[in-house]
Write a protein that binds this ligand. Structure first.
Ligand code: TTP
Ligand code: MG
Length: 242
């Protein structure tokens, strides 16, 4: 259906219980299947909270969030987990192996699929270098892999689950610029047809996005393509300069 993977926020307002002010204010946007929506803004702007709302880690006080045309408030955790994959800002590893961390409950995924996901996520080389490859043990918390490696494993894990919606929360910032560029070049064909939402710090990560949302203080203060925002949005111009 044309709705497949479409994510729509409508006048969403959210504040943490007991907090004085909402951290998300009247946010509306639609993220379309086959397109990339980027979210950029300073630290504390509310980017992570926006992604968490889509996953229904908490419910908004006002407004609605729908996926595939259905309110997320009516979807079960399992349905949400099948539809949306989040690569969290601080990826986690479970005690097990690299392979079990990539499968993460998807027992049906073949080794070949795991290697393909690793190839796209630029994680193939460092896993091949491990003596046991996919069977290499990983400790809880992932202390045996570096932050950048953890991030790539976490991206590969999302790819293995083949969701309709990818949520990347600042997933490329721990990568060097060359690896970031290779990964983003490989990503579109691997995620073809899916809805992609990317929270980014570096403008270079999102210049190709179909739609960029500039968020400040929990509000959308600009939206458009890179070129449109560059010409018209002061907050975006400031981010580009910094
Ligand atoms: P975030 O959404 O975490 O801000 P961000 O993701 O844009 O920032 P960064 O680039 O550093 O990752 O937070 C928005 C506001 O919500 C901020 O004032 C902190 C607050 N907050 C809480 O109070 N509790 C929480 O669990 C989270 C996630 C955020
Ligand atoms: Mg964040």
């Amino acid at each position: 259906t044309p709705e497949a993977g479409r994510v729509v926020f409508e006048n969403v307002t959210f504040g943490f219980p007991g907090a004085e002010k909402p951290v998300i204010k009247n946010v509306s946007f639609a993220a379309e299947p086959g397109k990339t929506t980027a979210i950029i803004g300073s630290t504390g702007a509310g980017k992570t909270v926006l992604l968490n709302l889509a996953l229904r880690l908490y419910d908004p006080q006002q407004g609605s969030i729908t996926v595939d045309g259905a309110p997320v408030s009516e979807l079960t955790r399992d349905q949400l987990a099948d539809t949306l994959s989040l690569v969290p800002q601080r990826p986690y590893m479970f005690s097990g192996t690299i392979g079990s961390n990539l499968r993460f409950g998807r027992t049906a995924a073949t080794d070949e699929e795991l290697w393909e996901a690793l190839r796209v996520a630029q994680g193939e080389d460092f896993v091949r270098e491990r003596e046991l490859g996919l069977d290499e043990p990983v400790s809880q918390g992932g202390t045996s892999v570096s932050g950048g490696q953890r991030q790539r494993l976490s991206i590969a894990r999302a790819l293995v689950s083949k969701p309709k919606v990818y949520l990347f929360d600042d997933s490329f910032s721990a990568l060097d610029v060359a690896t970031d560029a290779r990964l983003r070049a490989a990503l579109p064909s691997a995620t073809q047809g899916a809805t992609t939402i990317i929270v980014a710090q570096r403008v270079s990560t999102i210049t190709d996005a179909d739609q960029i949302l500039v968020i400040e203080g929990g509000e959308i203060v600009g939206r458009g393509t890179h070129d449109e925002l560059l010409g018209s949005n002061e907050v975006y111009q400031e981010i580009v300069r910094s």
